[in-house]
Ligand binder design. Structure first.
Ligand code: PLP
Length: 417
């Protein structure tokens, strides 16, 4: 094995969900042929209408006189100009903004955008603050100095009778200081499905603006594409907000297209990292995206196909939980406001979420234990061991059967509270 630097060792560590995914892959391999229902996956469903859109865009690109220019030449680090222009036109028209091309940066997937930003603004002595924990497990590995990640415990709004709950940012705990480098959160949130209100986003951004701290709003599931919000929401824009889009949940995860919209100065700092790391994002996917956005087809399919698909599955899952779990048990489903996951909290769970995950595997259903979704949280919090994430990417039939198995296990385990 080669001798690693400190950064090399940090990046090689199997953190968060990567460790669980290894266990899941091994389980699926070892038990191939068994009726094991996988409700852990984050890979989006291939929806025929959406696949057709990308096929059509590919066909048009192949026939276009610009084909050679797109794939046979290097381009600008900032991104493919027609895509940048399509995004500017669409957002200006949709949200009544005054963006110019300088307010847009294209990155190879949005994960790399968070990696570049986390290291451009955070690191030794400079914190990356996650203002509401739990949040996206992928933030756990974005900084070369992992200790600089700091997540803040939320407040809980619990509807006891309705068996529902919602996380709120706890503004009594949320503080930014001279050492704060940047702020990141997902909206809608993976894993919880939470959508922070416009007021909450503005309040976080205003607190950060006092010290000119960039706030990255991870809109991987937001409107207008993929429009995986089940509750009305608008993107929030402010001088220190970078609105970060991904086309991965809009049917294009393989092409790695991330889009950052925000202040030119903030984007140039991120672009510096990008240029050094990879020169620019792949132009093939950018050229497809330029067409799909400019024609309006992507926004249209997002609203009419992608959103209803997952929203229906959330309803099926919620009904399955209600049918299978006693009302006198303290189980709470996070309000399903968007995304491709459901988040279940079992208050007073007498075993850990990891042990529950093992019990569920025995019963033939795989979910993701919740503790992996609290990257950067430094205090012990029993709640972090009482949750599981359930994916909506399985078929309706498998969600129904998987939830049935899950509720049986939860009924049995919770009886020992
Ligand atoms: N942000 C969130 C909240 C996600 O769930 C994901 C992927 O699952 C990403 C970012 C990364 O997406 P990508 O790099 O494919 O744009």
């Amino acid at each position: 094995n080669p001798q690693l630097s400190d950064f090399g060792a940090t990046m090689s560590r199997l953190t968060g969900v990567r460790a669980i995914m290894k266990d899941i892959v091994e389980t699926l391999q070892a038990r191939a042929g068994e009726d094991l229902i996988n409700l852990s996956a984050g890979n989006p469903v291939i929806l025929p209408e959406v696949e057709q859109l990308w096929r059509d865009c590919t066909r048009d690109l192949l026939a276009s006189p610009h084909y050679g220019e797109v794939v046979c030449r290097y381009g600008a680090s900032q991104g493919y100009q027609p895509l940048i222009e399509a995004v500017v036109a669409d957002f200006n028209q949709r949200y009544d903004l005054h963006l110019t091309p300088r307010n847009v940066l294209i990155t190879p997937g949005s994960q790399s955008l968070y990696f570049f930003a986390a290291n451009a603004f955070g690191g030794t002595g400079r914190e990356i603050v996650l203002p509401l924990s739990p949040d996206y497990t992928g933030y756990g590995g974005i900084c070369l100095v992992p200790e600089s990640l700091r997540a803040v415990r939320p407040a809980l709004e619990v509807d006891e009778a309705g068996h529902e709950f919602k996380y709120r940012p706890d503004f009594d705990q949320l503080e930014f200081g001279a050492e704060t480098g940047c702020v990141i959160f997902s909206r809608p949130c993976n894993p919880t499905g939470n959508v922070l209100s416009e007021g909450e986003v503005r309040r976080i951004a205003a607190l950060a603006a006092l010290r000119e701290i960039p706030v990255l709003v991870d809109a991987a599931y937001a409107a207008p594409y993929p429009a995986l919000n089940f509750t009305p929401m608008n993107p929030v824009f402010a001088p220190n907000i970078v609105h970060c889009i991904s086309l991965s949940k809009a049917g294009l995860p393989g092409e790695r297209v991330g889009i950052a919209i925000g202040d030119e100065g903030i984007l140039r700092a991120i672009e510096g990292f990008l240029t050094n790391a990879c020169i620019h994002a792949s132009r093939y996917g950018q050229a497809l995206a330029a067409q799909a956005i400019a024609s309006g087809a992507l926004a249209h399919l997002s609203e009419t196909v992608i959103r209803p698909h997952y929203q229906h599955k959330f309803t099926v899952l919620a009904q399955g939980l209600r049918a299978g779990l006693s009302l006198d048990l303290p189980w709470f489903l996070h309000r399903g406001e968007g995304g491709v996951f459901a988040w279940l909290w079992l208050r007073d769970l007498p075993i850990s979420d990891w042990e529950l995950y093992q019990e569920l595997k025995q019963a033939g259903v795989i979910v993701v234990p919740g503790h992996t979704f609290f990257p950067g949280l430094r205090q012990e919090w029993s709640h972090a061991r009482q949750c599981v994430r359930i994916s909506l990417t399985a078929s309706v039939h498998d969600i129904e059967r998987g939830v049935q198995r899950l509720t049986q296990v939860v009924q049995r385990v919770m009886a020992y509270r």
